[in-house]
Design a protein around this ligand. Structure first.
Ligand SMILES: *Cc1c(COP(=O)(O)O)cnc(C)c1O
Length: 376
């Protein structure tokens, strides 16, 4: 039988939670409170409790969440915001749309995260914010970043689309990813660790003032119905999506633990495999493994492994093919060697709570077979 192993098995997850999900969605349909309905309010409250943050404001998707966050900060045109070069494009996109200037920082080659020790050299009088991305489920080291931000009076906006539920516990700072800076954002895109059945997103903050502003911006800048105080967006989470998310939020801890177990099995299996580097675990945070991303000895080996696995019915992805400063839309003259090198060598393997032991063993066996026969 030809195996076919997806990166994320959303059908299996639906089957597993079918009873609960069907009931929740049918209930929302019957209530007919489709926009800003009861489930939206309950979900915001439950997520705020889970993450121990004062305010959760839901919105239409994770990119809007970033846009609303930066609109609320109201930075002068041309302000610089430091972001990692090795990341998803949403941050660069939003900054460009708002006439802000992304300044790219390189990442470290083991953890794939923004080099916090490189930040200070990039700060200029125009720098107004730092936006760490907790990539692949791993936290940026927030303590030194927050100290630096305070010293230079910068805002911190955390992109937590891939790291919901990751717990940071560096010296003296303790809390969930996305709740440590001024604002955190997340995405409920179906394949994210907490995903809905379409688009969705949310913003976190402990600031009452920012919360009021962001809630207004997400809903046409209205302070009350038909009273528009600021320029806003139409960016709301549907009641149907909130119903799905309430069900899945109850399982998030179990899902995360399943991901961590799968990651550990990969790490054990590849520990002594020459030519394959497994992601480093940090001391200061838990990793929620949105992706399990390995780094190969060379681009040739990476591309070879990818096409071999594809032929064996095993999906893989390259997150990301290009660093942001090499993307046509956002390009700069920067030279950021680690980000550029990673794009040539990384490969993300299937990981999701529904990945079976049998399928994971097959993936491991195929990776080992290919590497042992092709890494001279
Ligand atoms: C998914 C993702 C986003 C965007 O989320 P959408 O809901 O697709 O708009 C932003 N940043 C990162 C790091 C992401 O992974």
């Amino acid at each position: 039988m030809l195996h076919s192993i997806p990166m994320v098995d959303l059908k299996a997850q639906y089957r597993r939670l079918k009873c609960e999900l069907d009931a929740a969605v049918l209930d929302a349909m019957a209530n007919a409170d489709y926009i800003q309905g009861n489930a939206v309010k309950l979900f915001e409250k439950e997520l705020a409790e889970t993450l121990n943050v004062k305010h959760v404001i839901s919105c239409a998707n994770g990119t809007d969440a970033l846009q609303i966050a930066f609109m609320a900060l109201n930075l002068p045109k041309g302000s610089e915001v430091i972001i990692p070069a090795f990341a998803y494009a949403a941050l660069a996109e939003v900054l460009h749309l708002l006439n802000l200037v992304p300044v790219y920082v390189d990442v470290d080659s083991e953890g794939y995260l923004m080099r916090v020790d490189h930040l200070e050299s990039l700060i200029t009088p125009k720098t107004k914010a730092i936006a760490p991305v907790h990539l692949f489920g791993e936290c940026v080291n927030m303590m030194p970043l927050l100290n630096l931000a305070e010293k230079h009076q910068l805002f911190v906006v955390e992109d937590t689309a891939q790291a919901i539920g990751a717990m940071y516990c560096g010296d003296g700072v303790f809390g969930f990813a996305g709740t440590l800076g001024h604002i955190g954002t997340t995405s409920f895109f179906p394949s994210k660790n907490l995903g809905c059945f379409g688009d969705g997103g949310a913003i976190f903050t402990n600031s009452d003032d920012l919360a009021v502003k962001m809630r207004m911006i997400a809903n046409h800048g209205q302070s009350q119905k038909y009273i528009h105080d600021v320029v806003g967006l139409n960016s709301r989470l549907d009641t149907l999506q909130a119903s799905v998310l309430r069900v899945k939020l109850n399982h998030l801890k179990t899902f995360t633990e399943a991901r961590q177990k799968i990651a550990q099995r990969y790490m054990d299996a590849f520990a002594d495999l020459q030519g394959v580097f497994v992601p480093q675990k940090t001391q200061y945070a838990t990793h929620v493994y949105h992706q399990f991303t390995i780094k190969l000895e060379s681009e040739t080996l990476r591309d070879g492994l990818k096409s071999y696995l594809n032929g064996e019915g095993i999906s893989t992805m390259v997150y990301y093919l290009l660093p942001l400063h090499k993307q046509k839309a956002y390009s700069t003259q920067d030279v950021l060697p680690l980000s550029e090198d990673l794009c040539k060598r990384v490969l993300s393997l299937p990981i999701c709570p529904e990945l079976t032991l049998e399928n994971q063993e097959l993936i491991i066996q195929k990776v080992k077979y290919f590497i042992q026969n092709n890494n001279k």
